[in-house]
Design a protein around this ligand. Sequence first.
Ligand code: ATP
Length: 302
Amino acid sequence: MNCIETNRLSYRYGKHETVLQDLNMAVPQGAIYGFLGPNGAGKTTTLRLLLGLLRKQEGSITLFGQSLDTDRISILRKTGAMIETPSLYAQLTAKENLQVLQKIYQCPVNRIAEVLNIVGLAHTGAKKAGQFSLGMKQRLGIAIALLHNPALLVLDEPTNGLDPAGILEIRALLKQLNKEQGMTILISSHLLTEIERVATHAGIIHNGQLKFQGRLDELQQRQAQSAATGYLTSNPEETRKLMMAKGFVPVVMPDGQVIVPVTARETIAMLNAQLQEQNIAIYQVSTIRNDLESIFINLTQN
Ligand code: ATP
């Protein structure tokens, strides 16, 4: 079952600029779904729509199998979110910040200590939130989102501005929440490396349109399919001509390496034999993989 589903979701600010176009998003229950896209792609707008923070214009939004139009309160009771920077009371401690919200949400008092433990802020004592580091503020924001024990957590760029240690901490926290509590997590980012290490699923958005959606391993499969073979030989130009004669389209790199888009063993063996026949010495044959980053860039290029 999908925890989140949108059908032909479109949105425009003002009269003209269409920011989202026919978005069919599907976040499976229990997934960590990485919502990826460059700056301005429409991620925050989508997340705001999913949470009812922006009024929907076209299409439909379903969370937990319920329509956001008719069951908004029931949906939000099961959803925790942090969109952009967390809103904190700078003059209050972590615990006091949570106490204010515990009263509003009317959740059990002991949940405060629980969430402080989960995000690793249990020992911050009298320190005011205004004096927290960026990472601590983000973690307090996540603690607030977790206070009412949601089944779905929506986080907009939660590691923005964090140092590598802070990023690792958030990543570990998300994995733990997903594994131990089966929480579905939707996390947006403009960095593929960020998502690659934590997500089970990914959606790639560019100019308001989904360019890819599926399991992360499907994205990795695309990576494998786009692999090539690089030849370092005694005569790059003759190597290139020979490849062309065999019907392939090679590229000669500045270092003389000839890259040909084949990966099948039999084809490589055939090319090796042909090169040897022409008395071209083969120094090195290597597999060249596109990293996921270049696939992401290809998907999000105009
Ligand atoms: P970022 O990572 O930079 O936050 P994003 O993917 O979250 O990017 P959005 O914030 O959803 O993208 O913005 C998508 C587009 O909508 C951008 O072109 C932006 O300029 C525009 N936009 C966002 N908010 C408004 C607004 N309140 N009024 C008009 N245009 C807006």
